[in-house]
Design a binder for this molecule. Structure first.
Ligand SMILES: Nc1ccn([C@@H]2O[C@H](COP(=O)(O)OP(=O)(O)OP(=O)(O)O)[C@@H](O)[C@H]2O)c(=O)n1
Ligand SMILES: O=C(CO)[C@H](O)[C@H](O)COP(=O)(O)O
Length: 445
């Protein structure tokens, strides 16, 4: 019986293969933007020895979610990636299923990993060829992306470049400049030679391959390659003769190797959040009170972020959405007066969902309701509060976070100024925090 390399007491049955129940497999959404079928294999079957934690790093908490959930999400949002194959150790299958369920991940097929990264990746690829063992009906992709599950910051534009280059060259991979100079040592521990740093690159992930090219390379691999190899691009060069196209990626591509990287990963995510919170637009109809409130908000918010007021006459909603999309506003404050009908906000959310805005990062929509009537809106109709929740729940599926913010109109100027300041404070916090748990809540300014 084969044993686990890192945990020799654990026996491995190499024939063990598990695919998820049909419920976890969902049909593909097509290859709209690339014109050829693409899938991704995410190796997540390691134990993370270098972290020194009992939980493998891909399952460690990162901004209140398991790290792997962020990586999956980065691929899930891309509609031209048809299938996401997640490779995990046998003992983590149930944990992975729970994560998939909890965060509603789609298009996932789970595969049991192997003792080394290369073995895990090969298992992931076999799901497309070994339909009897895997009992899967997944269509073999033309290009397969391979990406470490512990590299959560990967963006669509880079994936597109890598996938396209792989189609043309057989293989492609992301690189970064070397951080330190690499030197060779003699057996006596002295300097032998040093590499000319500018000539060399660090090989990172993602990488992509013509499926047949990488599959055939793995079929020819030696046990030594499987056991000690760390570079898929080298395998296709050696066994399939394909010279990978190299594409420089952004600094955020790095992987979690040691504990300190999780903290840095949290910081990177925070800096992404910060850059998303730099600008907002305030949308109103042409009603005077709404426009007035919008300009008050603009004036106060402008001390913290860039704000534009867009007043949209009825019938010009399409150009409003085009404007939001073109200027990449991911923070939208929508002002309504008295009206408790959610129809307009529903349409706004639907239109935003049809743009590319929420693909990579959440869009925040704050519905500011200025109540000028004597009675409290919603007070005698709990159904309407439920409707906000429902709307927010549906919007969340599209990566849009909807919040409600109620302002009761005070007649005195001083109280009005306070109310405006409160709206700005709450809206600013919601924009900055982008807290998905609070979506659907109604705040009172
Ligand atoms: N048998 C393995 C080993 C690694 N991986 C995955 O390959 C990726 C990159 O590998 P690495 O950073 O080396 O992960 P670990 O092997 O888990 O870490 P360590 O080397 O510190 O033990 C990770 O997402 C890891 O889960 C895998 O799928 N199967
Ligand atoms: O990037 C990679 C290949 O190019 C892989 O992540 C590889 O496994 C690197 O492993 P290590 O963490 O030991 O550098």
């Amino acid at each position: 019986m084969e044993t686990d390399r890192k945990f020799p007491h654990r026996a491995i049955n190499p024939a063990t293969r598990i695919t998820t129940e049909p419920a976890l497999n969902c049909s593909c959404t097509g290859s709209r933007m690339v014109g050829f079928p693409v899938a991704v294999v995410l190796p997540a079957g390691g134990s993370g020895e270098r972290m020194g934690l009992s939980t493998p790093k891909q399952f460690c908490d990162f901004l209140d979610r398991p790290l792997i959930s962020f990586t999956i999400e980065a691929f899930e949002r891309i509609n031209w990636i048809q299938n996401i194959i997640v490779v995990v150790a046998k003992e983590c299958i149930d944990l992975m299923k729970t994560i998939i369920h909890k965060y509603s991940h789609k298009r996932i097929t789970l595969v049991v990993g192997g003792q080394t990264r290369h073995r895990s990746i090969f298992n992931g690829l076999k799901v497309f060829t070994d339909s009897q063992v895997y009992d899967s009906k997944l269509t073999k992709p033309e290009v397969v992306i391979i990406h470490d599950a512990v590299r959560p910051f990967v963006e669509e534009d880079l994936l597109l470049k890598i996938a396209t280059a792989a189609k043309d060259h057989g293989a492609a991979g992301a690189t970064r400049p070397l951080v330190s100079t690499v030197i060779a040592t003699t057996s006596e521990g002295c300097l032998d030679s040093s590499l000319e740093r500018a000539k060399y690159r660090a090989s990172e992930m993602p990488q992509a391959f013509l499926f047949d090219t990488i599959y055939q390379a793995y079929q020819q691999c030696s046990d030594y390659d499987f056991e000690y190899g760390t570079e898929c691009l080298q395998l296709v060069l050696q066994y399939s003769g394909s010279k990978a196209k190299l594409i420089e990626g952004p600094p955020t591509l790095w992987k979690v190797r040691f504990k300190v990287f999780l903290t840095s990963a949290e910081l990177s995510k925070c800096s992404v959040s910060e850059s998303l919170s730099q600008k907002a637009c305030v949308i109103t109809g042409v009603q005077q009170d709404a426009v007035q409130l919008a300009h008050c908000l603009e004036k106060t918010l402008l001390t913290q972020i860039m704000v534009e007021v867009i007043s949209t006459p009825v019938g010009e909603e399409v150009s409003c959405i085009q404007n939001i999309s073109a200027k990449e506003y991911r923070n939208i404050i929508y002002v309504i007066v008295n009206d408790t009908d959610l129809q307009e906000i529903k349409q706004l959310v639907e239109s935003i969902g049809n743009t590319s805005l929420p693909i990579l990062y959440p869009v925040v929509v704050i519905m500011v309701h200025l109540n000028k009537s004597e009675s409290m809106p919603f007070s005698n109709n709990m159904d309407e509060l439920g409707a906000i929740r429902l709307l927010a729940k549906e919007a969340k599926q599209k990566n849009i976070l909807v919040y409600g913010l109620l302002v009761n109109y005070p007649k005195e100027t001083e109280k009005w100024n306070d109310a405006v300041a409160n709206v700005c404070l709450i809206a600013g916090t919601l924009i900055k925090d982008r807290n998905a748990v609070l979506a659907g809540q109604l705040f009172v300014a």
